[in-house]
Structure formats: C-alpha cells, structure tokens
Write a protein that binds this ligand. Structure first.
Ligand code: ZN
Length: 343
C-alpha cells in the first residue's frame, strides 16, 4: 500500500504543472515594507520558546485535546491564560477569549466547545483584519493511548502564540500593525472543520473586511520526501484567490527564511485534496485569500507517537518566521490584497 501510494505520488508529482516562476517584473511590483523591523521582531521568535510551549500543549495533562472533553477545555484555558499574561486582548469581551460553540452545532455525541480568539488592533485600518489560525483540538485518547498531536496541531498552535508575542513586542515599542490581526485557535477541526465553519457563520469581524487567512496545520516535522533536505514547507492555496498573496509569500521567503517552497499539493488535480482539508477552506469558500502552511504527512500522523520530542524545533522556528514575515506585510502594506479577476 505504501509503495503504491509512493508510486502514485511520484507519477502525480512528475506530471503536474508547477506554478510559473514569478517574473522579475511581478516581483518588482511587490514592495516589502519595514524589512529591518520585520527582521528585528522575527528574531524574537525562538526555538526554545516554541519547544517550551509545545511540551506543555502536547503533554498528557491535555489528554489529546478531543473536542468538548476535559483535555480540550484545559487547552483553551492554557491559550487564554497565555494571551492574558502577554497583555494581548480578546476581541470578544474583556473577560473571555472564548467563542462558545453550542452542542447543537456539533456532530452527535460531541459536547459544546470553544474557539479561542485574541487580537491586536490596527492603528490605521482597524476594521480590516488578517486572521492567523490553527486548530487546537486533536484526537483525544483510547483505552491505552493518548494522541498527543504535537505536530497536529501543537506545532501550529505554538507558532501562533509566538507570532502574537512578536507583534505585541513591536506594539509595546510603539509599532502597531496598520490593520488588525486576529489570532484564531479553532476547535473541532478533526471532526470536520467545525470550529472554522462556526466562526465563518458567526464572525467577530466582518468577513468582507477580512483581508486574508494564514492557516497553520502541522509545521514541525519532515515528510519522507524531504529527509535529505528538510528546509522546506508546502504552500497550499496561496495563488487561488490572490496571486499577490502568492508573490508576497515568495518574496518574504526569498528575503529572509529561504525555505524551499513546495507547491505540489497546491495542484488542482492533487489527489490528497489538502486544499479542502483544513480550516482555511472555510475562509476560502467566503472568497477570502488563504495560505495553508503544511509539512506533509509522516509516519506518526494521527498516531499516539506524534510527540513533542520528534519535532524539529529549528525548522519550526524558521517556518514560523516565514509566516510572521508574510503576516507583517499583509497587515502593513499600503494596499489591501488584490483578488484575482477570474475568481
Ligand atoms: Zn491538523
């Protein structure tokens, strides 16, 4: 089965059309803002901080964070306490970072749950908002094992915390983003993208003012195709609604993190259909440009062995820095992202 899949993957990979390389002209049109500031605050994102938070978030105490269960409740309290301790506000109310999702919205036998929201208000265009998201839930436990979900999606969760901290550090030194940034931790992804569906049906900021969604789901590991060159990340969806978003992400990467940006899972014919399989898709359905950052599947995917000791923290840091740089550009560049004409 594995060999068959590998062959299939190779055939698909070999036959698919890559996104055309950006022309020099197109690259020139994108002007990266605040390069030295981005470098400065990007440097505040560290492997040790990511590691410290991930060992907590993927610990036995959170019992695999199954939607509606006690471990997931602990996880959302952990996230709310983090934002509180950092002085990062909630957009919902002063006292709660939770968007409650009633039991009636969720599949049968799933208890009520909650998304966690924190935000930094924009200084010039506060009504326009960039959403940085990642799911907080995972598969829970069975009779003998905990599904720790360190990569899925502890890695994305702690990346968001680190990005939020970096934007807050800038704000504390008088540099607020021009647009608002919403840090959105979504529940119930593993049971059908329910947390993001609920948010898009009950948005806190108007969807028409939501400029983009950067969604992070599994960015701490290396897949079998990249054992020899782990300096990569899969980029999915970036060009579908806004080519400008694709070019921005490429240019930020070229100027800073220099990861190999892999697009094979972005192909429309790709049989894995990852574009439809994480929370960004609910935003894309609303015509909001998205990027899905993803390391691909690996041998511990959806197994109890997805543990924090197997995360490549240096790589997690680099990938987090790329997302931070792209987020900074989107929140601060003069124009709001331009949508493709043929959408
Ligand atoms: Zn996931």
């Amino acid at each position: 089965m594995k060999i068959y899949l590998l062959l299939l993957a190779l055939i698909t990979f070999g036959s698919c059309k890559k996104i055309k390389n950006i022309t020099t002209n197109q690259q020139e049109q994108i002007h990266l803002v605040d390069s030295s500031l981005v470098a400065k605050y990007s440097a505040s994102i560290t492997a040790s901080s990511l590691k410290e938070n991930l060992y907590l978030f993927a610990s036995p105490a959170f019992a695999g964070r199954a939607t509606g269960e006690e471990g997931q409740k602990k996880a959302v309290r952990f996230l709310a306490n983090f934002y509180k301790s950092q002085g990062i506000a909630s957009p919902i109310a002063d006292t709660s970072y939770f968007q409650h999702i009633p039991k009636t919205f969720l599949p049968e036998n799933i208890q009520a749950s909650e998304n966690v929201l924190a935000y930094i208000k924009g200084s010039e265009k506060p009504e326009e908002v960039l959403i940085i998201s990642g799911h907080l839930d995972h598969l829970g436990l069975n009779e003998k094992d905990i599904f720790f979900g360190a990569d899925d999606n502890g890695s994305g969760t702690v990346a968001i915390l680190e990005i939020a901290k970096a934007f807050k550090a800038a704000q504390d030194q008088g540099i607020s983003p021009k647009r608002s940034i919403l840090f959105l931790h979504l529940t119930a992804e593993e049971i059908g993208l329910q947390g993001s569906l609920y948010y898009t049906k009950n948005p806190i900021f108007k969807l028409e003012n939501t400029i983009a969604n950067l969604n992070i789901d599994m960015i701490g590991r290396v897949d079998p195709l990249h054992k020899e060159n782990p300096n990569y990340i899969y980029i999915i969806g970036a060009d579908r609604l806004s080519k400008e978003l694709h070019y921005i992400n490429e240019k930020v990467n070229k100027n800073s993190t220099n990861l190999l940006l892999e697009y094979k899972y972005n192909e429309k014919e790709d049989s894995n259909r990852y574009y439809y399989r994480s929370d960004h898709y609910n935003f894309a359905k609303q015509n909001i440009p998205v990027i899905f950052y993803f390391n691909g599947e690996h041998e511990d995917y959806h197994k109890p062995t997805d543990t924090p000791d197997k995360i490549n923290y240096t790589l997690l840091k680099k990938r987090t820095q790329l997302i931070f740089g792209t987020a900074w550009q989107l929140a601060n560049q003069e124009n709001r992202l331009i949508l493709n004409k043929d959408n």
